[in-house]
Design a protein around this ligand. Structure first.
Ligand SMILES: [Zn+2]
Length: 215
C-alpha cells in the first residue's frame, strides 16, 4: 500500500520507530507525505530521577539527561529521513510513568488527530513497554486508521516474518543506515556495533514489515 497524507509512526522509546520503519519513513516522505515520528516514552527532560537499567547502562545519570540526549539523537535521525519528530514526556519501564493509561492514551490520540494512518508496534511485542503501548493505542483509535509494524531488531533476531513486506529502494535503505547511526548511545546496548552481521547496515538491508488496515 502507498499511504497518502499524514502518517504517524508511534515509537515506544527513542529509536524503535527508526529501527523498525526508517526506510519506509524515508520513502513516504520522499513521495510527498507528511510523516511524523511520535515517541511516547521519550522521558521527562526536566526529571532529576537517577537512572537505572537501560539508561544507566547507556551512561546517563538522570532521566532528564537521558531524555535530552536521546531526543537529540532522534532529531538527527529524523533530519536524515525527512520526517518530523514529536515527543511525549512519559517514562519507560525503568522510571515513573508520569501519567496513567487514560492520560497517556488521550495524549496519543490528541497527537494523531490529523493522521491518515497510525503505525503501531505489532510484533513480537516482547518488551513490556511495547506491548502496553500497542494495546493502549489500538484500543483508542478506529481500526481503519491503525497499521501494525514488525519491531526491529527483535523480529529479525527471532527469525520472524510477520505481516507483509514493505517496499523500499536502496536509497531509502541507505537513509535508514545513516539514521540508525544517529542513535549513538543505543547501538552498543542493542549489540549493534561489533559484529557487522548485527550492525546498522545489516538492519537497514532487512525488509520492513507492515500490516495495513483493511479498507
Ligand atoms: Zn523500545
Amino acid at each position: 500500500m502507498q499511504p497518502a497524507g499524514s502518517i504517524v509512526v508511534v515509537s515506544p522509546h527513542s529509536d524503535d520507530g527508526v529501527l523498525s520503519l526508517g526506510a519506509s519513513m524515508a520513502r513516504w516522505a520522499r513521495a510527498g507525505a507528511r510523516v511524523e515520528l511520535l515517541t511516547v516514552l521519550a522521558l521527562d527532560p526536566a526529571s532529576t530521577a537517577p537512572t537505572e537499567g537501560w539508561d544507566r547502562r547507556a551512561g546517563f545519570a538522570t532521566e532528564g539527561e537521558a531524555a535530552r540526549a536521546r531526543r537529540e539523537e532522534d532529531h538527527r535521525a529524523c533530519v536524515v529521513l525527512g520526517v518530523t519528530p514529536r515527543w511525549l514526556p512519559y517514562g519507560s519501564v525503568d522510571f515513573d510513568r508520569h501519567g496513567d493509561d487514560e492520560e497517556i492514551g488521550e495524549a496519543v490520540r490528541g497527537s494523531v488527530e490529523s493522521a491518515g494512518f497510525v503505525l503501531v508496534p505489532g510484533s513480537p511485542l516482547t518488551h513490556p513497554d511495547h506491548a502496553w503501548l500497542s494495546s493502549l493505542v489500538t484500543e483508542r483509535l478506529p481500526p481503519e486508521l491503525v497499521a501494525l509494524y514488525a519491531e526491529q531488531p527483535y523480529t529479525v533476531r527471532g527469525g520472524g516474518m510477520p505481516f507483509a513486506r514493505a517496499p523500499a529502494g536502496l536509497r531509502d535503505r541507505l537513509a535508514k543506515w545513516r539514521a540508525i547511526r544517529a542513535y549513538r548511545s543505543q547501538l552498543p546496548l542493542l549489540g549493534m556495533t561489533r559484529d557487522p552481521r548485527r550492525g546498522p547496515l545489516r538492519l537497514a538491508l532487512v525488509d520492513e514489515r507492515v500490516a495495513w488496515p483493511r479498507q
